[in-house]
Design a protein around this ligand. Structure first.
Ligand code: C2E
Ligand code: CA
Ligand code: CA
Length: 266
């Protein structure tokens, strides 16, 4: 049998065609108000032979081979349609946050594709947030900036993912029109062990506040981490402490439970 990380472009494109990919959602929570701000769309592959696959076993291949363009489009379309459905059903937790690869962002006409998906799904652009996950160095910051401005003009929010890790750095804040930052989970996980990491995390929170942009802390796993974030006045959080990413139907049930049981809220 083929090993998990040796997929080809054809394997991924075929799986998109065969609808083997499924969008899971993880809530982004405002802990101060106990509300769900959005659901982050995280793709899974229901592989007929290998079972449920997480993105770390296929996203890199998808990016390298360019098939992330089709896969990413599927995730965007699917999650916008789902979000509009939840909105129409009257749920307050309907908003959606979609991960975007730079490969998609530098694809010509990307903002037109987003506009098309929004028109097709009927979702209000303000209900969609795009997280830029930068796994490689940026070749052409000017054209990326132009595309991001087009997306902002549509009304979509732009978030820098994994801030403080890899290529997600300060220069993006200077160059790009961003609405928020997501602090990399590693800082949160290390913050109770290392004073240095705590200080870096606190500085990122203060930086976001000074720039008047939103901040989300991801990868929150424990009560202690949550308490530390509260002390730093970072109350928008996401992580296993609340729940793993869930399939649409279970996500809806989880959110309903969270919203309707104030006394039981984690
Ligand atoms: P990410 O965007 O940084 O997403 C967060 C990852 O951390 C997710 O892994 C999530 O399940 C996991 N996570 C959530 N809470 C916790 C926690 O408390 N502790 C720990 N240790 N992990 C937590 P997942 O779903 O396996 O996704 C991995 C990465 O794959 C994502 O990282 C994102 O970069 C990428 N990805 C996922 N879906 C898509 C997609 O549709 N398009 C693109 N371009 N990338 C995607
Ligand atoms: Ca993300
Ligand atoms: Ca992240």
């Amino acid at each position: 049998m083929k090993s998990k990380d040796t997929f080809s472009k054809k394997d991924i494109l075929q799986a998109v065609e065969l609808k083997q990919f499924e969008v899971y959602y993880q809530p982004i929570i405002n802990k101060e108000k106990n509300t769900i701000l959005s659901g982050e769309a995280l793709v899974r592959w229901n592989h007929p032979k290998l079972g449920l696959l997480h993105p770390n076993s296929f996203i890199t291949t998808a990016e390298k081979t360019g098939s992330i363009i089709q896969l990413g489009y599927f995730v965007l379309r699917e999650s916008c349609i789902q979000s509009k459905k939840w909105k129409d059903e009257g749920y307050a937790f309907f908003k959606v946050t979609v991960n975007l690869s730079l490969v998609q962002l530098i694809d010509r006409g990307f903002s037109k594709k987003v506009a098309h998906v929004l028109a097709e799904s009927g979702l209000d652009p303000h209900d969609l947030e795009l997280e830029i996950t930068e796994s490689m160095a940026l070749d052409d910051p000017e054209s990326t900036r132009k595309t991001l401005l087009e997306l902002k003009e549509l009304g979509v929010r732009i978030i820098i993912d994994d801030f403080g890790a890899g290529f997600a750095n300060l220069s993006h804040l200077r160059q790009f029109p961003v609405d928020g930052l997501k602090i990399d989970g590693q800082f949160i996980q290390e913050s109770l062990k290392s004073e240095r990491d705590t200080k870096i995390m606190h500085s990122i929170i203060l930086l976001a506040r000074a720039l008047d942009i939103d901040i989300v802390a991801e990868g929150v796993e424990t009560e202690e981490q949550l308490a530390l974030l509260k002390k730093m006045e970072c109350q928008v959080v996401q992580g296993f402490y609340f729940t793993h990413a869930l399939p649409g139907k279970e996500y809806k049930e989880w959110c309903n439970y969270f919203v309707n049981n104030p006394a039981l809220r984690v």
